[in-house]
Unconditional design. Sequence first.
Lengths: 267, 218
Amino acid sequence: MNTTFKNYQFTMLDKIYRSEEEKERALRLNKDRKMAQSQGVTVLTDAIKACSEEIDKYKGKLVVKEGARAEMYARRAAQLLQELSTCEEGQLPPYNSDKFDQVIRECEEHSKQFQSLIREKNSKNLDIEAKNEDHYGSFIHHLSLIRNKRCLMAYVYKRAEVIQSYRWKVGRVLPEEIHDKLNFSEQEYFKNHCAVIDSYTKDLDLDLTVDVIPPKDPYIRVRVLSEIGEVSLGDHSVSLCKDSLHSLRRTDAEPFISQGLMEEFME
Amino acid sequence: MESWEEEGSVSGSGLGAGTDVELVRQAWRNEKAAPEILPFEEALVRRLREQIQLQEERAEELKSEGMEDVVVSLHHMDSDRALFLLKSYLRLRLHKIEKHLFFYSSHTHLFARLSPEEQLFCNSCVDIMTQHLKQSVLNKLPQHYQSVTRQSTSSEDDDMVDSPQLDTFVFCKTKTDVGAFQLDDTGEEIVDLVVDDLYVLRYKSIRGLVESGQINLI
């Protein structure tokens, strides 16, 4: 009994002792942190001071003229691309002509600013190599314009890639809901691209748009989607009524499938 | 496919018997794994197409001779599979061209890897894509920023052309003993390529071996 009590006492003492130690350590840490903080603050204040001195030096010039707005540049173009990238792979959002035109106007504005800054610089009769605030200002406009251009090009190009993939997946005629998402130039592009593929397959005498899945069986099960009637296939003739099921040679069935008159029947 | 052909019970003209199907399959695998377009296997494609044609004719012949349906259908299946392989190979190449249109059309040594039909395809695609980009974007931009391949008139080279990622990793299998092979320019990384072994390496470093046929991509 006695020993147990003693043990208990020891553990209690131990605990108290330890907590004291911890408290001390915490205090020490806090002190360190405070010191570090005050040091950090001095560094920061110094930096701010240096900055404001610098700003004062250039007041009314580049920093104030361009700095605040620069972060806004090319934001719209980035939003345009964001719209595209949040879309599922192989899907297209409707062509956003409003935003697109806004970015185009932004580009024109950049070009105007760029030229006026260059004029301003030239009017100061400086050395050609001299790099004053007008030089850097115009450079910002130049870079923003390029960035906008890259975004717009990426937008149109990426869309065109998705559009041309439809030829392989959907066929020559686009369903209305996809067709409506394209602008005029894109619709034209799709038609032209189909024509290019057609002329390639004609040169080669091989239709690459069929046989997309590796064949497991020379025969496939098909369901007739619309009335076709009596058709002679090889040595026998088949009556292809609507909704009837048949087992046909893949090569016989494929023309009907691509015309949308039949579909492969999967159980 | 090969097994029933090897029994020799049907005919010797089957597609599995020749190695051309096997060669096309390897060309297809290489094409599938390589990030850039590989030289077009013109002779091989021509031979395979002739063989598919023969196989089809043979099947019809057998049918008219009253051969069992199952044998005829096996012949058909054989040629269907070879045809699929061929089409898939050609399709893969077209997709690669579509993806890096401007790059292939402007690099003559890569453009030379395309078949005449593919070159025509590439050029026409460049034309319609250029037209589309001009119509939608470039004509609306300020004067010095209207080039398709350059950011602005002050660019010194084609800085708007996307190129294939050559430093991706590929799985590959050695066909012959290559020996100690240097993976980078500095010579710090050397790997001993033994025959019939599997490796995962950067495509860029083994590019030459793929072209010379010493290594296969899988």
